[in-house]
Ligand binder design. Sequence first.
Ligand SMILES: Nc1ncnc2c1ncn2[C@@H]1O[C@H](COP(=O)(O)OP(=O)(O)OP(=O)(O)O)[C@@H](O)[C@H]1O
Length: 418
Amino acid sequence: MNQDELDEEHKNLPPTIEDKLNSMQTFVDQKEFVVIDNGTGFLKCGFSGEDLPRVSIPTAMGVKEIIIEASQTNDQGGKKYSRIFGEKAQEKMNEYDVTHPIRRGVIEDFETMKYCWHHLLSHKNMHNQKKCSLLVTDSPLNHKENKIKMAEYLFDKLKDHNISIESLNIMDSSVLSLFASGRTSGIVVESGQGITTAVPIFEGYALPHAIKSINLAGEDVTYNLLDSLVAQGIEVDNSHINHIRKIKEQMCSVALDYERAIKAPDPLKEESKLYELPDNKGIIKVDHEARFNATEILFNPEIIGSSIPSIPKIAFDSIYKCDQDLQITLYNNIILTGGTSLLPGFKDRFEQDLYELAVDTARTDIKIDIDLPRRHSAWVGGSMIASLSTFDSMTIKATDYEENIETRDDVVLKKLVF
Ligand SMILES: Nc1ncnc2c1ncn2[C@@H]1O[C@H](COP(=O)(O)OP(=O)(O)OP(=O)(O)O)[C@@H](O)[C@H]1O
């Protein structure tokens, strides 16, 4: 979703957050937090209490070294770095060295991540946050060490760039998505860009022993679509990946019955199968089979020779690992979220396959909630919780962090909920 689409969606949103906060019988405080959702594919940033993030950009940074001639500076010359972010970075892969700091849900390149955070906080829509309180999301799979490193970069290293974080919390994105649905218990099945997770949560706490994840999500669908277009002789390659992603978002669907779907007549009109590359660089035609084939890997990874379990299977396995008393609650409260779950047909196929897996064990109905803004549910949950009057007391204070150099890791871990 680009920034224009996000601005448009802002205008159309019903006022849901206040409703949900009221139903949770809490009250809203005036202190404003900045909320950042760190996704493999997209970074979302905005203010607590708002319905949607103000900024949503691809998680990417491009760097280019610029040599400064001595004559330009009146001294010995030297070099500096030009940095660009988000879509701009993805579009200029030929000119810039482009890095994606988050792999499959986990921050791997903290230096790049620091510049991305700096870019978000300095963004014009964020009114250049020089001093702020911050809630950032984290993957349910991240180790404690990564959270400690996040705190170090946010408190310490951003200071070198004139941004000071006064208080901080780092929260599990699945727990936040559940809060956004107005619940405190349930299972969050989240399929984003790089990772799909099934996280059972009881009374606000994720149950680590039963969390399941697979490295299979939106980027795999995109690359699968690219492969099948290449196999058909269409001249596309990795440099077109942004366009292939857009084709996926506009044209791909999930079949309820894949074999039958690809044999059935194509319901799309001829013009809606065509994608025009910018600058008259050609038209890509996407056939019926490619559109269903690309997404089938999420439900049947075997078709690309992979032995990893499907998305419904990890949801089933995760519920099965929980206490029997809790299983009914989980089956009745499945929150399906993440950008990839927006694929048409995703929910129906998920429900059908989960029902088949659980028919002997569930002993209850399967109820799936898809009513959240699914590209932004973790951010929305963060926005809600950071609005609560009690939230500030749950944060790590910069003063505590700075004054306790020897024990600062404990200062961080004490405030985090695992
Ligand atoms: N309408 C849509 N139809 C299909 N896919 C979509 C749609 N909108 C977004 N996506 C896909 O969703 C993915 C991004 O989702 P999301 O923003 O939830 O992921 P993320 O938080 O960046 O990643 P992760 O959760 O894996 O760390 C991308 O692969 C994108 O192509």
